[in-house]
Ligand binder design. Sequence first.
Ligand code: ARG
Ligand code: GLU
Length: 688
Amino acid sequence: MKKILIAILSLLLAFDAMADEGMWLPVLINQRIKDMRAKGFKLKAEDVYSVNKACLKDAVVLFGSGCTGELVSADGLLFTNHHCGYGQIQRHSSVEHDYLKDGFWALNRSQELPNPGLTVSFLEYMKDVTDDVLMGYEPSMTEAQRDSVIRTNSHTLVAEAVKEGKGLRANVEALFYGNQYFLFVFRTFRDVRLVGAPPSSIGKFGGDTDNWMWPRHTGDFSIFRIYADKDNNPADYSEGNVPYHPKKFFTISRKGVKEGDFTFVYGCPGNTKEYVTSDEVEYTGNVSDPRKIALRTKRLDIMKKYMGMSQAVRIQYSSKAASVSNAWKKWQGEEKGIRRMHTVANKKAYQERFKEWAKGKRYDGLVEKLEALYSKRNPYYLAYEYYTETARSIELLGLASSVKRVIKNKKAKDATVEAFFKDYYQPIDEEIFVAMMKAFDSEMQDEFKPQFFKDKLKEYGSIEAWKKDLYAKSMFTSKEKLLSLTADDAKAVDEDPAYRLYEDFYNWYYNELRPQINDVNSDIRLAYRDYMQGQMEFEPQKQFYPDANLTLRIAYGNVKGYSPFDGAYYKPVSTLKGIIEKDNPDIFDYNIPQTLRDIYAEGGHDSQPVCFLATNHTTGGNSGSPVINADGNLIGINFDRVWEGTMSDIVYDPSVCRNISLDIRYLLFNIEYIGHASYLFDEMEFAD
Ligand code: ARG
Ligand code: GLU
């Protein structure tokens, strides 16, 4: 009896765990819509995804190569995150008009700024093409033959799908490790202009201090507009282009959110691995994350030390430090989360049950096989991770390789050199060199250390002496020398000690690590194809969603706070009052614009909402995604997760996994009070 009860209870728990977990394929919305409606959603399946009529999917785009954006007007107006438009805003900035610092607002359409290279892609449709992709495949074929069949068939499918031209592009993606294949057909627009962005002190408020954290008060948005040719088709930038008229755009709700409200995120999550074995999780949580965190702590400490000593260095390194610290902080949450969830032990227990079930089936021995493959791969993979986190983090070596690449093109070479030295502070680089090479020396297994590295240590006796000689002799520390280089100096570049070292490391990776890793990885992928199918047969009642791969997905849940640690509860909504509480002119991350102080002082804005938490299952790539309410209206823009929940790329915990969204009303507040660009409201549609 007790056993039965426990079984029923764990079944119930399993269902509960699935409550908000999942990144679902929109084309299969019919399988989810009942559950979504039970949780409060009021629209029908075809309002979310349809190929025959305009629906919400037609208002969502892949923004650039790794973010999401949403359409909010009949004239192609688009919202995304500030950190997604950051590169564009930065490129338009100069000393005379620093849009990063002061914000940018076009006061009419002629002031909108073009962004060469920036694209947005609408999903036209997605389709299960598994049968077409595998046409001609026989089980007796080798893997190489299978790959070749898949490649040929995919090529045909893609060619057929894009033959109309007009900005169409398509790709075939393997889902569930190659158990299913889907065709994705996009229409890509190439003229996307900057319309507005808040000052960084609003758009990046809280900076790295608050990144991945709650309570959050970041106004993380930027505004763009898509342009098309006269027939509404994609076109290269031209002054004659006109605003694009989308099939669909979001209506905005100003009603606001409260705990428990239904939320739905429609966007392009990048990368998850929910169905891996305990070996992969163990490697991530016990080896990879802690080691990479420790290496990055060293680098960040060095950067911060010098940034604290000089305002100029702080400006030079703030963006570099931000990118180092973003993953650094995420991994800390992931590592802790994996441990807290006992994911390794739980996966092991699951695998034991799986193994029992698999006996005599074609899945027999798979778990063991994966275990063997991981033990073969891990030492090589760890060496590769050390390579990327140590040798590749030395700026001097990076410059040497960039200059080498463009040495024949004087203009490109000079631009590379100028850009590099604008943000280079050699004492930081030298100290990082020493710290990283020391870590490489003391932490890498001896048999994995490359010969040239051992030789260098012998030659110099110490890493400090090696560093001294390298930075004294290399031409890459001198901007003047590099600017005077011509195409004829290619040989001198080749012989420079910094370039030599770059190449030695690269060749070691390329010849000794990469082939081994690729070999094992292809076996691992193959084993996962079976293991994935095995898991689906083993748990026929479970609803599986494919791992994220930057294709359009649906995640739904509800507005909800959480308890980050014992004795505390985080409410799900933050307000302008909190910004004023954090405001501090002496702390860069918390120094708000004076106008915001003045507006607040006038009164009446105490309860102005800024951000909110919800339980949607999201990941990197979901930045900029529309957050939609039960009526299908836009209530926010997704931009982050809380760090306690970042293990959701591997295992989702409904009690702490929360996505962080900008409340759309704070965006509207900024348009009105900070940008004085209320004319933009005229083209938006408001539900309430
Ligand atoms: N954590 C968010 C993401 O993964 C935001 C990153 C940008 N913000 C920052 N302070 N570094 O992309
Ligand atoms: N900021 C992340 C992005 O750029 C989203 C945060 C996450 O969920 O990983 O997509």
